[in-house]
Design a protein around this ligand. Structure first.
Ligand code: ADP
Ligand code: ZN
Length: 603
C-alpha cells in the first residue's frame, strides 16, 4: 500500500522495522509523539516498562543525534551493543575509551553520522563536550535514571546536578528525563533540579503485576531460601541480596554446597572476578547471584525469575528497585524476603549510630518505619507498596497475604506480659532470655539471677517460642519496646509502652503462620509449557545464542531475548515470512540471523 509520506518514517514503522515489535506499550506512543514534536517529558515508569524506546524512537525520527545521559558505563556498553545489533548508528563517550576512539566518536557526532550517543554525566558537563554538542545537530537529550539528582536517594550522583546546564545552553533541544523511582518527593526534585517545570509528566502505574511478593518470618533464613529456590525456581536465574560482604560469600559457598549454581558479587571483590561473575550471570542460564546492593543499577537481564532478600533493605524505594529486577520480561517472577527481629534491630542501629545529620536520620527512620509497616501488614503487600508511591490499588491476588490471608489476634494481654517481663528483669535482657522467663524455662542464668521468683515467670507458657519471637519483633517494629544498642540488644520500654501496659490501648497483630504455604496454583512460566519437541529446539536455540554472544562479546539477551527464543521454539517458522512474525526480530536481525535460525529450526 502506498503511503503519502513514504519518505518520512512514522513512529510505528520504526518500531516494527528497527525493533521488531508489533505495537507500542502503554504510554510509549504518547511519549514518543511528545518528544518527536519537540516537547519535554518526564517519564515515570517501573523497571521493565519500556522506557528506552521512549527516547530511542524519537531519536531515530528527529534529525540529528539523540544524546543519552546514563550513569553506568557497564550498562551503557550493553545498550550500545543492543542498538548496534538493530542497525542503529550508535556510540558512547565515557572513560573507558582511549583518546583516539574518543576523537573518532566526536568527529562522527559533529559530522552528523550518529543516531544515538550515550554519554557519562561527568563527561557531558565538561566545557569541551558542551562545545562539541554546540557544534552538532541534536535531536534530543535523554536523561536516564533521572532520580540520581535526588540528594535523599540512594543513587545520588553529584554530577547529575550539573545537568541543568542542558536547559540553559540548548534551549531548543527537547529533553526527556526517565526514572523508575516514583515517590512524589523524588519527582519534585527531578523537576526542579533539571528545570523540567514545562515538561509533560507521564506517570505510569508502578505496579508490576507479574511479580509475586512474599515476606516470611525469618527462622533459619538460609534453609528457607534453599527451600524456596528448590520448590519454586530450580535452575532459574535469580538474585539473592545480603547486607554484608561476608554474608554474601558465606551464602554463595553454602548454596553451591547444596547444588545451586550460585556466584558472589560485592564491592570488596577483585575487579576481574567480580566482572567475570557478572558476565556469567548475564550470559548463562540459571545462575543465582548472591550480592550486596553494589550489584544493582544496570542489571538489565530480562529473565531474572526471582529476587530474594536475606536481610531487610533500608527503605521501600530500595526494596522496590531491587525486587524490580525480577521479571523484566513480563513473565511470572517472585520477590521473596525473610524478615526477623534482628533485622529491625540492625537497621535501627545503623541509623542511630550513623554520623549523618539529624535531618538525614529522621528521614531514614521514617523510611524504615514504612518498610516495617509493609513487613508487618496483614493486608495486601501490593496495596501497601503502591500506596507508598501515591497510587491507589485493590487487593492483588498475587502476594502472600492475598493468597494466604494471615489471621490477626488480640495480642494485648501477651504484649502486657512481654512488656512487664522486660520491666521486671531490669530492662537488661534480649528477646531470647525474656522468652525463657515467660515460658518458665529454668536454666543456670535464670536461677543465678533468681528470676524464677518473678510473678511473670512461666506466665506465657501457653504461647510457643516462635510466636513470642514474632511478638517481640512486632513490639520493636511498633516502637512499643526499643533496643539498647549499648547493651547487646537488651530490650527496654518506651513512652509508647505505657498505654499498652495500663490496658488503655489494645493491640491487634498479625499472627505467625505455621508453615509457609504458597499459593496452590503453581504458576508455570512460558518455558515449562513447551512440549518435548519445542523444548529440544529451545535448548538448541539457547546454545546457539550463547555461542553468538561469546563470539561477539555481548550479553546473550542482546542477541535475542528469551521470549523471542521461546516463540521461535514454539512456532518453529520454516521461512522468512514466518520468522518476521516473531516478536523481537527487526529487519537487521532477520538479515543477520534469519538464515542461521531457519537452519537450526529445520533440524
Ligand atoms: P525499562 O528501561 O523501563 O526498565 P526497557 O526499555 O529495558 O525497560 O524495556 C523492557 C523490556 O520490554 C525490553 O525487553 C524491551 O525489549 C521490551 N519492550 C519495550 N517496549 C516494547 C514494546 N512496545 N513491545 C514489545 N516489547 C517491548
Ligand atoms: Zn496482594
Amino acid at each position: 500500500m502506498a503511503s503519502l509520506n513514504a519518505a518520512a518514517p512514522d513512529a510505528l514503522s520504526v518500531l516494527r522495522r528497527t525493533f521488531g515489535h508489533a505495537r507500542f506499550r502503554g504510554p510509549q506512543e504518547e511519549i514518543v509523539r511528545q518528544v518527536t514534536e519537540g516537547g519535554d517529558a518526564l517519564v515515570l515508569m517501573p523497571t521493565g516498562g519500556g522506557k528506552s524506546l521512549c527516547y530511542q524512537v524519537p531519536a531515530l525520527l528527529r534529525p540529528g543525534t539523540g544524546v543519552v545521559v546514563s550513569p553506568l558505563i557497564a550498562l551503557m556498553q550493553d545498550q550500545v551493543a543492543a542498538m548496534a545489533q538493530l542497525g542503529v548508528r550508535v556510540a558512547a563517550l565515557n572513560s573507558s575509551l582511549d583518546a583516539g576512539q574518543a576523537r573518532a566518536t566526536e568527529r562522527a557526532l559533529v559530522d552528523g553520522e550518529l543516531d544515538l550517543l550515550y554519554v557519562a554525566p561527568e563527561r557531558l558537563t565538561t566545557g569541551r563536550c558542551l562545545d562539541l554538542l554546540g557544534r552538532s545537530r541534536l535531536a534530543l537529550f535523554a536523561i536516564d535514571e533521572a532520580h540520581c539528582v535526588s540528594q535523599w536517594g540512594h543513587d545520588f550522583r553529584p554530577e547529575y546536578l550539573q545537568l541543568s546546564v542542558l536547559h540553559e545552553r540548548f534551549a531548543g533541544v527537547p529533553r526527556v528525563a526517565l526514572t523508575a523511582t516514583a515517590d512524589p518527593q523524588t519527582r519534585a526534585e527531578i523537576i526542579s533540579r533539571l528545570c523540567l517545570e514545562d515538561a509533560r509528566i507521564f506517570l505510569s502505574s508502578f505496579d508490576r503485576p507479574n511479580i509475586r511478593y512474599t515476606i516470611v518470618d525469618k527462622l533459619e533464613a538460609r534453609d528457607q531460601l534453599l527451600q524456596f529456590i528448590r520448590s519454586e525456581h530450580p535452575d532459574e536465574a535469580g538474585i539473592v541480596y545480603c547486607q554484608s560482604r561476608r554474608r554474601v560469600e558465606e551464602t554463595a559457598v553454602w548454596l553451591r554446597s547444596k547444588g545451586v549454581r550460585a556466584l558472589a558479587y560485592h564491592a570488596g571483590m577483585d575487579a576481574a572476578e567480580r566482572s567475570g561473575n557478572q558476565s556469567r550471570f548475564r550470559d548463562e542460564d540459571g545462575i543465582v547471584m548472591v550480592a550486596t546492593i553494589a550489584f544493582g543499577m544496570g542489571i538489565d537481564k530480562p529473565d531474572v525469575r526471582f529476587v530474594a532478600h536475606l536481610d531487610l533493605p533500608r527503605s521501600i524505594e530500595g526494596y522496590y528497585q531491587e525486587t524490580g529486577r525480577a521479571g523484566r520480561d513480563g513473565e511470572p517472577a517472585d520477590a521473596w524476603m525473610a524478615y526477623g527481629l534482628t533485622d529491625v534491630v540492625q537497621q535501627r542501629r545503623f541509623i542511630d549510630q550513623s554520623e549523618a545529620s539529624e535531618e538525614f536520620k529522621r528521614i531514614s527512620s521514617a523510611k524504615l518505619e514504612a518498610l516495617l509497616g509493609l513487613c508487618e501488614t496483614a493486608g495486601c503487600r501490593r496495596v501497601r507498596l503502591l500506596e507508598y508511591f501515591g497510587e491507589g490499588a485493590a487487593g492483588c491476588g498475587n502476594c502472600d497475604t492475598c493468597l494466604n490471608p494471615p489471621h490477626t489476634w488480640d495480642a494485648t494481654e501477651a504484649a502486657q506480659k512481654a512488656l512487664s517481663t522486660i520491666y521486671r528483669t531490669g530492662q537488661r535482657f534480649g528477646a531470647g532470655y525474656l522468652i525463657d522467663v515467660l515460658r518458665g524455662q529454668t536454666n543456670e542464668r535464670v536461677e543465678r539471677l533468681g528470676h524464677q521468683q518473678l510473678k511473670v515467670f512461666g506466665l506465657g507458657a501457653d504461647i510457643d517460642e516462635r510466636a513470642w519471637r514474632a511478638l517481640f519483633r512486632q513490639l520493636v517494629a511498633l516502637r512499643l519496646a526499643e533496643v539498647d544498642h549499648e547493651a547487646y540488644g537488651a530490650l527496654r520500654l518506651t513512652e509508647e509502652s505505657r498505654p499498652v501496659l495500663k490496658g488503655e490501648q489494645r493491640l491487634h497483630l498479625r499472627q505467625v503462620v505455621d508453615r509457609e504455604r504458597r499459593g496452590t496454583q503453581k504458576r508455570s512460566s512460558a518455558t515449562t509449557e513447551l512440549g518435548p519437541g519445542a523444548s529440544a529446539r529451545l535448548f538448541r536455540l539457547k546454545t546457539w545464542r550463547l555461542e553468538q554472544a561469546r563470539a561477539q562479546g555481548v550479553p546473550a539477551y542482546v542477541i535475542l531475548h528469551d521470549r523471542t527464543l521461546v516463540e521461535l521454539a514454539q512456532e518453529c517458522p520454516q521461512d522468512s515470512a514466518g520468522l518476521a512474525a516473531i516478536g523481537g526480530l527487526g529487519v537487521r536481525k532477520l538479515e543477520r540471523y534469519g538464515p542461521m535460525l531457519l537452519e537450526l529450526l529445520a533440524q
